[in-house]
Design a protein around this ligand. Structure first.
Ligand code: PFF
Length: 509
């Protein structure tokens, strides 16, 4: 009956089909098509059950739980853990910052991660498609579709500048292998970094190389691209990281590093440090940008979302800790500055590699680790936009991947040039606190402190306050009532509180 109605609607009203891929219980996926037409009864929707699509199902679900976990951990573990976390901890008193970061991750970011994975599995499409589907299915206000739209915009913007830094990491692998760190001193390392920043052509080449890697992976799709990449690269990342920590443990500065990271000193904890720790917990766990929605959409119906979220969160925090244990022993052993800010990775560490025996190999291994972490994160950002184009315009994956990669690369040039040619351009100079912020800094601030928190807040409100409790309980598959209640409490009260404080400070300051 339903297909007939749909076909009549289509013919009569020149309906626009909006295909959705939807998973049903027992793994029997089908294509569900919404027919939306702008006739006298504008906005009316007809549905049709399409054919059984076994090939599609095969492509659009993770081949195993392991593959999903590697991809989700790969998305979470990135520059945020290995580059941002150590320098933020270094600047904000080490262990006290770490404590707040771990607490915020567990009470705020992890509940939102669970919500995103559930939204993806309920919606079965890109963030925009999933939210559209869920909103209609539950007769919610169309306002909530904003979640998918904001997440996709933010994923695209972050992708554009994340790939610029990704290019730096590749360049540093090359420099390390070429022996450029040998005996490099403070001034030498600083000059090596600033010379690179001052050379737009070199930066553009590495940026292009990094973006091409992303596109090539995206061309392979879920199983042949993302899965094949993460199941090899993520174990490699852990091996490299453990090797670095073991190496760090043999260094004289290891005890100081452990003390720095694990002996709490609350006198150093400023309100600003608390807010940075909360912001960091969201970014590091990849929430608020839709990556976890699309990865959740590829999950089978039987997957235990809260259990998976605990594993992803545990791995994410572990990598941040291990990165600290790999980096700070080098910093302290060579009497370098732990609070050297964003330059910690690219300026301070090469000095340490240059002074140690076997530093070329260790340095190359370390920067390879950073590149791998960045790559497995950026592919999840690319996937958000690529799936939307496939879904909305029926584009093939290769057209969508080249298009998104190309446009994100071109947009990334704006951030890239703000390190050299446009370094004096301060787009928000009229705003007191952004007086001397480059285009890159403004974009980063806008995404991290406004777009991501707003999206995460909307997710908390929609899942915590709007959607029916029963619908969510069924979607999540929580083991016990107590864990479901604690999750819901965090989503309704704790996470919004943290997010609103970040937003308030960002807007008021
Ligand atoms: N979590 C990543 C990191 O720590 O570097 C960044 C990121 C990747 C954020 C993908 C969001 C995302 F969707």
């Amino acid at each position: 009956m339903l297909p007939e109605i749909a076909r009549i609607a289509e013919i009569a009203a020149g309906a626009k089909p909006l295909p959705f891929r939807v998973g049903f219980p027992q793994g029997r996926n089908r294509e569900l098509t919404f027919y939306q037409y702008h006739g006298p009864i504008s906005g009316a929707i007809f549905r049709s059950w399409g054919e059984h699509m076994p090939e599609y199902v095969a492509q659009s679900q993770w081949s195993s739980r392991f593959a999903f976990l590697m991809a989700a951990i790969g998305s979470a573990v990135g520059l945020g853990n290995i580059w941002r976390f150590p320098y933020l901890a270094g600047e904000n008193g080490g262990s006290a910052f770490l404590l707040i970061y771990v607490a915020a991750t567990l009470a705020m970011a992890m509940p939102v991660l669970i919500a995103e994975l559930a939204l993806g599995r309920m919606g079965g499409g890109s963030p925009i498609g999933s939210l559209r589907h869920i909103v209609r299915e539950n007769c919610s206000s169309r306002f909530w579709e904003l979640i998918g739209i904001l997440a996709t915009i933010c994923a695209f913007l972050v992708l554009s500048y994340y790939c610029v830094i990704g290019g730096w990491t590749l360049r540093y692998v090359y420099l390390a292998i070429g022996g450029s760190f040998a005996q490099i001193g403070n001034a030498g390392s600083y000059a090596m970094f600033t010379d690179f920043m001052a050379d737009p052509m070199a930066m553009i080449s590495w940026h292009l190389g990094y973006m091409l890697l992303n596109v090539v992976i995206a061309l392979g799709g879920l199983r042949k691209g993302i899965e094949k990449t993460v199941v090899v690269l993520m174990p490699l990342l852990f091996v490299l990281l453990f090797a670095m920590v073991i190496y760090g443990a043999t260094m004289p500065g290891f005890a100081t590093a452990v003390d720095f990271l694990f002996t709490p000193d609350f006198s150093k904890l400023t309100p600003f440090a608390v807010l940075s720790a909360i912001g960091q917990s969201f970014f590091a766990l990849s929430v608020g940008l839709g990556s976890m929605i699309i990865y959740g959409a590829y999950l089978d119906k039987g997957a235990n979302i809260p259990g998976c979220a605990v594993i992803i969160t545990g791995a994410d925090v572990l990598v941040a800790l291990l990165s600290g244990l790999a980096i700070f022993p080098l910093v302290f052993s060579f009497a370098l500055e732990p609070s050297s800010g964003p330059g910690l990775l690219f300026i301070t560490l090469p000095i340490a590699f240059g002074q140690m025996s076997g530093g070329a190999l260790t340095g190359a291994g370390f920067f390879l680790l950073v590149s791998v972490a960045a790559l497995t994160s950026s592919i999840s950002l690319l996937e958000v936009v690529v799936t939307r184009l496939e879904e909305r315009f029926g584009m093939t994956r290769s057209v969508a991947a080249w298009l998104v990669g190309g446009v994100a690369w071109a947009l990334g040039l704006v951030s890239l040039l703000s390190f050299n040619v446009w370094s004096g351009v301060y787009p928000l100079a009229w705003l007191g606190m952004m007086k001397t912020s480059s285009i890159f800094a403004v974009l980063d601030f806008f995404c991290l402190n406004l777009l991501i928190p707003v999206t995460a807040l909307l997710i908390c409100l929609y899942m915590g306050w709007v959607l029916a409790k029963g619908t969510i309980r069924d979607a999540l598959g929580f083991g016990g009532e107590a864990s479901f209640r604690s999750w819901r409490f965090c989503l309704r009260f704790v996470a919004p509180l943290g997010i609103i404080s970040i937003l308030a400070v960002a807007l008021l300051s």
